[in-house]
Design a binder for this molecule. Structure first.
Ligand code: DX5
Length: 233
């Protein structure tokens, strides 16, 4: 069977970290209207990362305002105790950090048993070997391109070889798994990330600082990523 190296569909997903937290429902509607493919909720517990954001009730309050899928990026310790709360809040995808649980295989299995789609995340220093035995349980691997906890940080370009290595592993195994990158994704970095093999692109600051607005920012990132896929093919 020939290996499938064909480029995967580009998904643009905003982080809501830079959004106006006093009106998150409106902000979600604006993001959906701008053409995003999903919305990522950066869930932080102040332990796994030195920041604290939102719980399931905040997400649940926004769920009814939009139709796009929600994904919860669980930057939390012991994610096992919270999984069902985020599923019940309306998150279709749960992203569990490989570093956050002693029992990653069991945790990802619990996500699927709870009725959600499972994904796994890797901090910059964590090798892809940490997820090679759970790739069959996930639809996506998130390769962090910043150290998690805050928006507006600089893109860590040394993660690109890691994305390439992961892409090769996924293709070699014949798996249907997306690669997401998160942190410092902007018009200046998105092409390199897509060329390396990432097809789900999380952006926060870059979307909100575009002087031409959210819709332009989303379409510009998408076009740059798709062009890079074609060039890199
Ligand atoms: C890190 C956060 C950020 C955020 C996006 O924990 O998850 O990566 O989503 O940040 P910027 O502003 O770099 O797009």
């Amino acid at each position: 069977m020939p290996l499938d190296h064909s480029p995967r569909k580009i998904h643009i997903a905003p982080s809501v970290l830079p959004a106006d937290f006093s009106k998150l429902g409106d902000e979600c509607r604006a993001l959906e209207d701008a053409g995003v493919d999903r919305i990522q909720w950066d869930v932080m517990d102040g332990q796994f990362v030195p920041n604290l954001t939102f719980g399931p009730d905040v997400i649940a309050a926004c769920r009814r305002h939009v139709q796009v899928p929600f994904e919860a990026h669980l930057m939390v310790n012991t994610p096992e105790v919270l999984l069902q709360n985020y599923i019940d809040a309306g998150c279709e995808i749960l992203i569990v950090h490989a570093e956050s649980t002693m029992h990653l295989h069991r945790c990802l299995t619990q996500v699927a048993e709870g009725g959600a789609r499972a994904a796994v995340a890797l901090n910059p220093s964590t090798p892809i070997s940490a997820v090679e035995h759970v790739l069959d349980l996930v639809e996506m691997v998130l390769v962090m391109t910043v150290n998690p906890g805050f928006g507006g940080q600089a893109y860590i370009s040394t993660m690109e070889p890691k994305v390439r290595e992961l892409r090769d592993l996924i293709v070699e195994r014949g798996l249907d798994v997306d690669i997401e990158v998160d942190g410092g994704i902007s018009p200046d970095t998105v092409a390199d990330a897509a060329s390396a093999g990432a097809n789900v692109l999380i952006a926060g600051s870059a979307l909100y600082r575009d002087p031409q607005g959210l819709a332009h920012a989303v379409s510009d990132l998408r076009e740059r990523a798709e062009a890079a896929q074609v060039a890199g093919r």
